[in-house]
Design a protein around this ligand. Sequence first.
Ligand code: BEZ
Length: 255
Amino acid sequence: MADRWDSALYDDRHSFVWKKAGDLIDLLDPVTGERILDLGCGTGHLTAQIAARGATVVGLDASASMIAQARQNYPKLAFVLGDARALRFDEPFDAVFSNAALHWIPQANPVIAGVAAALKPSGRFVLEMGAKGNIAQIAEALTAVLEEAGHAARNPWYFPSAGEYASLLEVNGFEVRTMETFERWNKLEHPERGLREWLEMFAGVWFDGVPTGSRTEIVARIESRLRPALWRDGVWWADYKRLRVVARLGVFPIE
Ligand code: BEZ
């Protein structure tokens, strides 16, 4: 798979992705001596926060650009390039943590099965991802404008409902301890170019097959369509909705 990530732009303009997840680390509650996997670690900022609480952490990401930036940001920590659908570790983990990564992988079952296999008995899985309805207005505008312009709408995102994800966790041997969905709109950094920059960073796949010369016009039409809903007080907002889960492995026998 091509590496689409611009890790410098991600750290510069989209730092809300990890800055808003500090309390997810409180839910993880890492303690000294624990071994923790940060699945989809991006540029490593949350990996470093987990390590600062005394745990031994491995950050894994499928993007070579993200892993290179993470290693540069935190040279003393361990980062590996890898696919969350095919986890292979010799030593098991006490916990697997994941923030804003799993919605990029529609094949949720192999990911969850791999997490279960990577954990010690009773190990925990603490995650946040986009929930059903996440960035629904942005996805609707992308679909409508691209189709109006005669292009296929290629939605790469996986935003499960709480019920759907709980079922997947349970069939893989997890017990769901807490699960919540909630709205968390994010203010986009640059007042005028905020939405454009967000689309550039996160919606590249939608534009595959769209000639470069048409993209500016299509993005301008998406902005016009979204302005009434997502432009407030002189700034762009993204209509995020989160799914947060704490699950524990092997608390009941698998039937
Ligand atoms: C998110 O919910 O964090 C997200 C989902 C898709 C694209 C960008 C961000």
